[in-house]
Design a protein around this ligand. Structure first.
Ligand SMILES: Nc1ncnc2c1ncn2[C@@H]1O[C@H](COP(=O)(O)OP(=O)(O)OP(=O)(O)O)[C@@H](O)[C@H]1O
Length: 473
């Protein structure tokens, strides 16, 4: 049943890799004011200093009706509680994004109705469901009332940091349901909002550590992966089946992607839902410029990656590999050759995973070599480059082990490149292809997403730098 080696799609044991969590610094905090802002390399590291400046004109984007960030409304008009408005402004948000503007009235209306929401990566879905959870909680009742599930411990921790930041002016109490960070004591979690991963939450409910009798809201972030039956679907369903039947529970599903095979199940999982959906051609944001490099063979991919190192460290970069051992091997080799890189995947223990992602989030590491484990949801604004060292693949059974019948995993591709270009920022993705098969797979990705992928010569680093400057301008 395990779909991926990295806990991203893994079953109960996926949670096994989870650990102590801190309500990290507000992951959601926006650094973009409503006017133009320049971002220079924020890192204090002594690596090569940025020569590029990335300018973002959020006000312009929020005024453009074709942008997913467009908004005709203000947060005040969305009927949010004063304490939540304070939290939102404290995070630096000035106007809702399109998904927030459209989803919040539907999410907050009474009686509560189920909701299925789709919007491109980095367009503010988290705030929409976090505000809903915070709005529906009765803070005078010390029992779990909202549950939120995500496919990885890293994402659960990030969501929690948004709950804490947005709920800063409320009396909200929170608790994790992720491995190695379990509630203290054997029973009676009194927190209002629980954020976790499905295996651990199932376990805590079964052991009666978490009482779900007062739960009113059940959120699935990255809902398509959470409902995919080859992945976390069974466990998520198990959680749903443990929720109270004698009272309505509002079910909320969000993702940037909803492939057809999951959409049908999503409709059953959240019946009679209000829906906001994207067209197939709108799946990724235009601010991400996509490139590819035609490498000679597997070994050459490594050389090309190394040759890109100074470009990778201009902002921050995420390098995606299909397997853990590839991530480790590349990281070890690059480190031995004097480059500073970190690697993160599901085989590492929970504490180490937390330390690595925190260090990357804080800009202490600039290059993160990883697997699909952080392909979804992770929001680090300084990431301006994503490299698909291996293209994301899956076979008919939905796993990625056997390469012979592998086809490109379009959804994972969209999520991976979506780690850059967050909330109107510019970003770059580079695919490495190295033979006819990978070339064909990339063509399929290009066709499916409807976005042109531009060739860059592997030996022409000046051109690469030129293209990068242009793309990030
Ligand atoms: N209204 C807003 N104004 C300014 N910044 C915002 C606003 N809403 C969200 N953001 C910021 O935009 C970034 C992306 O938001 P978020 O992580 O919720 O995206 P997402 O749609 O969930 O993406 P993904 O599909 O990758 O999970 C975050 O840094 C968040 O703080």
């Amino acid at each position: 049943m395990e779909k991926d080696a990295d806990g991203f799609y893994a079953p109960a044991s996926a949670d096994a890799a989870e650990a102590p969590a801190v309500a990290a610094a507000a992951a959601g905090s926006s650094e973009i004011p409503a006017t133009e802002e320049k971002h220079e390399d924020p890192s204090a590291s002594n690596l090569i200093k940025s020569t590029f400046e990335v300018s973002v004109t959020l006000a312009d984007q929020q005024a453009d009706p074709h942008s997913p960030l467009y908004s005709a409304k203000t947060f005040e008009e969305l009927g949010l509680h004063q304490d939540l408005l304070k939290g939102i402004y404290d995070m630096g948000f000035s106007k809702p994004s399109k998904i927030q503007e459209r989803a919040l009235p539907l999410l907050l209306s009474n009686p509560p109705q189920n909701f299925i929401g789709q919007s491109q990566s980095g367009t503010g879905k988290t705030a929409a469901f976090v505000l809903t959870m915070l709005s529906r909680v009765d803070f005078s009742l010390n029992k779990p009332q909202a549950l939120c599930l995500a496919p990885s411990r890293e994402l659960a921790r990030q969501i929690m940091s948004v709950v804490v930041a947005m709920g800063k002016f409320t009396n909200v109490q929170t608790e994790y349901a992720i491995k190695d960070n379990l509630p203290k004591g054997a029973s009676n979690v009194t927190a209002h909002i629980i954020v976790g991963t499905p295996g651990t939450l199932t376990d805590l409910i079964k052991r009666r550590v978490i009482d779900v009798s007062e739960v009113k809201v059940f959120v699935l972030d990255e809902a398509d992966s959470m409902l995919d039956q080859d992945g976390l679907g069974d466990q998520t369903l198990r959680v749903k089946n443990m929720l109270p039947r004698n009272r309505p529970v509002q079910i909320i599903l969000f993702s940037a992607t909803f492939p057809d095979n999951v959409r049908t199940f999503a409709n059953k999982f959240a019946p009679n839902a209000n829906k906001i959906e994207l067209q197939k051609t709108e799946l990724s944001v235009d601010s991400i410029r996509q490139f590819y490099m035609d490498c000679r063979n597997e070994d050459h991919k490594y050389d090309v990656l190394v040759s890109l190192y100074h470009l990778l460290t201009i902002g921050q970069s995420i390098i995606f590999c299909q397997h853990r051992h590839t991530a480790d091997r590349i990281a070890q080799r690059m480190t031995a050759e004097g480059h500073k890189v970190a690697s993160l995947h599901g085989a590492k223990d929970a504490a180490e995973r937390d330390a690595i992602i925190d260090s990357f989030r804080e800009g202490r590491e600039k290059v993160l070599i990883t697997t699909n484990v952080i392909a979804r949801g992770i929001d680090i604004l300084q990431v301006n480059m994503v490299v698909n060292y291996d293209l994301p693949l899956m076979n008919e059974r939905g796993d990625n082990r056997n390469r012979d019948d592998a086809r490109p995993d379009i959804e994972t591709y969209i999520h991976r490149i979506g780690r850059t270009g967050r909330f109107g920022r510019k970003g770059i993705s580079i695919n490495f292809v190295h033979d006819k098969r990978t070339w064909g797979q990339m063509e399929q990705i290009e066709k499916a997403t409807g976005k042109h992928i531009i060739r860059i010569e592997t030996h022409d680093l000046d051109e690469m730098e030129e293209q990068m400057k242009k793309a990030l301008k």
